[in-house]
Structures are given as C-alpha cells and as structure tokens.
Write a protein that binds this ligand. Structure first.
Ligand code: ATP
Ligand code: MN
Length: 464
C-alpha cells in the first residue's frame, strides 16, 4: 500500500468528479458485491454517509481468490484511482489497485439481504447500526443533539448538569428506579420492620432521576438561562411505541420567563432543530422518506413553516366533546388527555402542532403556577402529529406560600432546598422538557421509539 491519506466516503463523494484522477485510500464495510468474470463491483460504506462508494475490481488485475473474502459485511482497505463513473447511480468510482482485507464476514452474517424488518433488526441491535436505516437514524440523532447545544449556546444558555442519582422524589412516586448497595436477600431492618436505609450507600433512599427540572431551577435562579441534556429513567410499565425506560431529556429553565415566553422559546427551539436536520441531513432524511414514510419531508417542512396553535385545555375539551368522534377513553373536563385525544386535535381538527395550556391543577405537577381561577395551572404541552406530546412545560409557582401549601397538600417531604428558591429572591420563571427520542422519532419518521436509540431499554429488555 502506498502512503496516501485516507478519505471518508462522504468526502470523496462530496468532491465528485472534481476529484477524478487522484489516487484515493478508502476503508469500510462491504455492503454488496456483484459483477461477472471480467469485473466486480463492490458497494463500500464507512458510516460517514448513507451513500456507498463503488469500487471496481478488474479481474485482469485481481484473481478470483483474492476477491473471495469480499462478502457482505466484510471490512476492507482499498487504494485506487478515482474516475468518473460510466454506470448510473454514482458520479465517481474507484478503480482498485491495492486491496487489504481487514476482516471476513462468514455466511451467517445476519444482515445479508436488504429489507430486513425493523423487528428483526431490533433482535440484532448490536449489528443494526451497520444498516442503511440505522445509519441514517443515528446520524440524524447526532445532528439533532448538536443542534440542541448550538441553539442554546447561541442564545446565551448555560449547559447545567443535574444529578442522575437523586434523593428527591418529586415527579410522583412509583416511576423511579431505586439505586442501592444493600444486600437484597438480607435487608437491614429498623425496629419497626422497615428497610433501614441509613445503612445504604448514601445513607438514605436514592433513585435514578426522572427529570432534572427541580435541580435545573436552582441553576436558572442563579445563572438566568440554563438547559440540561442528559439521560432520564422511568420505571413505568409503559409498553408503548413512545416510551422508553431510559431516554434523554432536554430541560431548559429560564428566570424571568412567563408562560408566553416559554411557548415562544419552545416553538422556536423545535423549529430550529427540525430545520437544522433538514439542512444538514438531507441525504439521510431523503432515504427515510423514500423507504419508510413518503410524507416525512413534507410533514417536517409543514411544521417549520406554520405557527403552532395555542389553545387552552378547556377549549380543547370542548372541541373534543363536539367532535362527535368515538374515542376509546372518555372526554370530560378534568381528564388527563390520552394520545388519541391529542392526536385528534393535531391531526384532524387543526392539522397543525398545538400548544395546549392551562390544564386542571389536579392532573399536573405540584410546582406549576396556579392561575387566578384557582382551578388551572400555567402548563403547556406541545402536541405533534404522529407523536402526541413531545414537550411538557410550565411557568413555575414562584410564590413561597402557595408552593408550600401545595407541597403540604400532597404530603411531599424533603423539599426545603427547593422552597429556598422561593424564600430567597424568588422570581417568575418557566421551563419545559423535550424527550429527545420523541424529537428523533418525529424527524426520522420512524414508528417506534425503540428504533431511534442505539440500545433501547424497556420492560423486560436490557440487552448489551
Ligand atoms: P407522557 O404523557 O407521554 O408519558 P409525560 O407527561 O410523562 O409524557 P413529562 O414528564 O412532561 O412527560 O416529560 C417531558 C417529556 O419527556 C415529554 O413531553 C416526552 O417528550 C418525554 N417523555 C416522557 N416520558 C418518556 C418516556 N418514557 N420515554 C421517552 N420520552 C418520554
Ligand atoms: Mn409519562
């Protein structure tokens, strides 16, 4: 092999015919090999792009034996001349001069044929990143993560790290995974027979976080504008295509923002992310559009080009009641909307994303700001076509007495640290949580949230 600097497939294809004539060095995995006795064509992919680079092996230069190890899934290193391609489907190809085989892939390589079902690939999740589909999803996932950091950084937000292990149990008990080093077979007990957590690692009951919001508020009431972006864990037994047990959440929290500012930010933010993906992941989105969801691109464009509807919950209930539709779950004022209700408003009634506001206080978290009607809180859920809820947020209750009253009403304990934000220099503030995988789901057009994270965790599944 000559001493030539390696190029990625993406870089070579981007240069196109302008790069013709040069000697190139490429490395990657073989997607397919076809041809005849005179010439063999290999489609090479290195993960840098959805597109393959065609490598041409002339059998006057290579023997059949030399090419034998080149099967689907094998990994190779090639040097050759980049030439304009005569075939349809690519503008350039590599005329191979040198070949090195890194690794063969025996015939039991599971990703032989094209068009495996997503269910089959879920069983082979350790190899599925090598498929076109998951390559596309994972590159889009990366681009969205980058866009999120860029959006907030450019707006003067600080990335604030909230703990993953926490002793605060605020979002409502039951959905948390416990973290313990106690011997589960022989738990230490207190005199009244309860588990003695003073002997546990942290000296008290600790869990994985379900949300960084409460700690995020500590950041926002000091730094002004913060966001979190980290893993979140929920032990709810939700076997739905929109729930994971481990998912990533983005939670901006803003001092001096009222609910309308919060809605403006959420709308601008989500449009920015979608636009970023449309601009930077065009090939991958086009691939998913062609293979899975013919309306994907038009749906993405539609969302970024239209204003979101802003609608109070009470009016939403009226629309649902008047719709004449037979829903599986009943509709009445006070009900926690089911996904079918949310999707009716978005997909059938308004045909636009909807920000639903001012929910009954009973179905929302304790920290949301109470409206003057005494019945509703300044919540805002952003509802999307095909997804339902993608963002949940609110203006926070900044009044010390009202918040303390609500905490006592609900019997929550250990919240003094949180109340201190209202005791000392309290300010109006707001924030929201975006489930990262729900955004990736929307932008990729995938149907199941388990297909937009490399290693999904859900009830009875913890592979790898
Ligand atoms: P849902 O009603 O869909 O279960 P939620 O009301 O429990 O959502 P929040 O607690 O407001 O959701 O969390 C904020 C955001 O996190 C949601 O808008 C959603 O995008 C995302 N999210 C919530 N639970 C999950 C989950 N189990 N898996 C993936 N994303 C989730
Ligand atoms: Mn939930």
């Amino acid at each position: 092999m000559d001493n030539i600097r390696r190029k990625t497939v993406k870089a070579i294809l981007a240069e196109g015919q302008e790069g013709a004539g040069q000697l190139v060095d490429v490395k990657g995995w073989v997607r397919t090999r076809r041809g005849n006795k005179h010439v063999q064509f290999v489609a090479l992919n290195d993960g840098s792009t959805i597109n393959n680079l065609q490598i041409v092996f002339d059998l006057s230069k290579f023997t059949e034996d030399e090419l034998k190890p080149i099967t689907t899934g094998s990994s190779i290193h090639v040097q050759g001349e980049l030439v304009a391609s005569q075939g349809a489907g690519q503008s350039v190809e590599v005329q191979a001069r040198e070949l090195e085989v890194y690794g063969t892939a025996p015939g039991d390589y599971p990703l032989q044929k094209k068009g495996h079902t997503l269910e089959f690939l879920r069983e082979k999740a350790h190899l599925r990143p090598r498929t076109n589909t998951f390559g596309a999803v994972l590159r889009i996932r990366h681009a969205l993560a980058y866009a999120i950091h860029k959006f907030f950084n450019d707006k003067g937000f600080y990335y604030f790290h909230t703990p993953l292990i926490t002793a605060s149990d605020a979002e409502g008990a039951g959905a948390q995974f416990q973290v313990t080093t106690l011997p589960l077979e022989e738990l230490p007990r207190t005199e009244d027979g309860k588990v003695d957590y003073s002997e546990d690692f942290f000296g008290k009951l600790a869990c994985l976080t379900v949300s960084g919001q409460l700690e995020g508020e500590l950041g926002a009431t000091a730094l002004g504008l913060i966001y979190t972006f980290g893993p979140t864990f929920r032990a709810e037994n939700s076997n739905t295509p929109r729930h994971l047990s481990e998912f990533w959440m983005i939670e901006p929290e803003m001092a001096f923002y009222e609910i309308a500012d919060n809605m403006d930010l959420a709308e601008e933010f989500i449009k920015y992310c979608i636009n970023y993906a449309l601009e930077h992941c065009a090939d991958d989105i086009q691939f998913l559009n062609d293979h899975f969801d013919k309306e994907l691109i038009s749906r993405l464009k539609f969302v970024v080009e239209n204003d979101f509807v802003r609608l109070p919950y009470t009016e939403g209930i009226e629309i649902l009641e008047k719709s004449g539709k037979k829903f599986e779950f009943p509709v009445f004022w006070g009900v926690d909307l089911a996904s079918e209700h949310e999707r009716y408003l978005v997909e059938e009634h308004f045909k636009k994303p909807v920000i639903l506001t001012d929910y009954p206080k009973e179905i929302k978290a304790f920290y949301m700001k109470l409206n003057d009607d005494g019945k509703t809180v300044r919540a805002m859920d952003v509802l999307f076509p095909k997804i339902g809820e993608i963002i949940g947020g609110s203006q926070r209750e900044e009044n010390y007495d009202k918040l303390k009253g609500r905490i006592e009403e609900l019997g929550l304990s250990g919240m003094d640290w949180y109340l201190d934000t209202r005791k000392y220099g309290t300010v109006p503030h707001s924030g929201f949580g975006l489930g990262f995988e729900r955004l990736v789901l929307f932008v990729t057009g995938m149907q199941n949230i388990r297909d937009v994270i490399p290693f999904p965790r859900y009830p009875k599944n913890c592979e790898y």
